[in-house]
Structures are given as structure tokens and as C-alpha cells.
Ligand binder design. Structure first.
Ligand code: CMX
Length: 130
């Protein structure tokens, strides 16, 4: 598995994009992921920083911001096949938060693993190229 991106929850995407550009990271991709109620911006050239701003107060990321404030939200790893990785994770005793891969940003398929098995860190699996 290779690190694909670090997800960071932010209150203002505009402000966070400017801050990362000043730091020297270019904006690689920006998109509203309506199904997950977030607008995201990928910064850098990979592994990326994925900035996440909620688009609705009932979004998971809005709840995260309310509870914990801005900061690291998840780590995402690129895998060749989410279905195969599911089997490997289940065999290793990990709990899945998704029953099947679902569409994420940038045309990728994504799925999440429960943070309790990963030191409290939410893990995302990314299957690129869809
Ligand atoms: N970091 C650490 N722990 C977290 C967490 C986070 N970011 N988000 C949730 N958790 C914890 C919860 O506290 C909960 O713990 P308990 O079971 O002990 O109560 C557990 O993980 C499950 O969380 P939940 O919100 O109850 O689970 P759901 O099935 O409702 O949600 C989840 C699944 C976490 C994936 C979803 O809420 C979420 O965060 N979605 C955002 C997805 C996202 O980042 N999308 C961006 C676009 C995708 C892309 O990158 O392409």
C-alpha cells in the first residue's frame, strides 16, 4: 500500500487552499463530492493533502469539525483492488465501515476502515482510475 493522501478537515476551503499555496503546494484538483456532502481540494503532487470542507451541517465532516475542530481527518492508501483489500483486512480482523466501495473524489472508488483498529486514525482505501 502506498500513501495516497492525508485528509484534513477545514472550515474554509478558500482560506486553506491559499495557505497551502503560500507553503508551496499547487492546487491539483478541486471538486464537490455531493454524495459525501463535502467539497475537496487536493494539494501538491502526491501524496496529496486533501482539504475537506463540509457542504451541509449534517455532513460527517461537519460533525468532525464540531467535535474536534480543524485538523487531520483520515489517511488514505492506494490499493489495486478494494474488493481484494476488504478480504485481506477482514482476514486480519479489521472492521470495515463500508460494505462496498463507493465513488469518492477524482473518479476514484473509496472505502473506509474503522479507526479503532488503527490507533484512532480513520483509514481510507483508494482504488484509482474509475
Ligand atoms: N477520525 C477518527 N475517528 C473517527 C473519524 C475520524 N475522522 N470519523 C469517525 N470516527 C469514529 C467515530 O467516532 C466512531 O467511533 P465509535 O464507533 O467508537 O463511536 C467511528 O469512527 C465510526 O464513525 P461513524 O461516524 O459513526 O460512522 P459512519 O459509518 O456514520 O461514517 C465515515 C463513516 C467515518 C467514513 C464517515 O462518517 C466519514 O467521515 N465520511 C467522510 C468521508 C470523506 O472524507 N470523504 C471525502 C471524499 C472521499 C475521497 O477522499 O475521495
Amino acid at each position: 500500500m502506498k500513501l495516497h493522501h492525508v485528509g484534513v478537515a477545514v472550515r474554509s476551503l478558500e482560506e486553506a487552499i491559499c495557505r497551502h499555496e503560500k507553503m508551496g503546494l499547487r492546487l491539483a484538483h478541486r471538486e464537490v463530492v455531493a454524495s459525501q456532502k463535502v467539497e475537496v481540494a487536493f494539494m501538491g503532487d502526491g501524496p496529496y493533502i486533501e482539504l475537506l470542507e463540509p457542504t451541509s451541517p449534517d455532513s460527517s465532516v461537519a460533525k468532525f469539525l464540531e467535535k474536534r475542530g480543524p485538523g487531520q481527518h483520515h489517511l488514505a492508501f492506494a490499493v489495486p483492488s478494494i474488493e481484494d483489500e476488504f478480504k485481506r483486512q477482514v482476514a486480519a480482523g479489521a472492521e470495515l465501515l463500508d460494505k462496498a466501495a463507493r465513488p469518492g473524489a477524482w473518479g476514484h472508488m473509496v472505502a473506509f476502515l474503522h479507526p479503532k483498529d488503527h490507533g484512532g486514525v480513520l483509514i481510507e482505501l483508494v482504488e484509482e482510475g474509475h
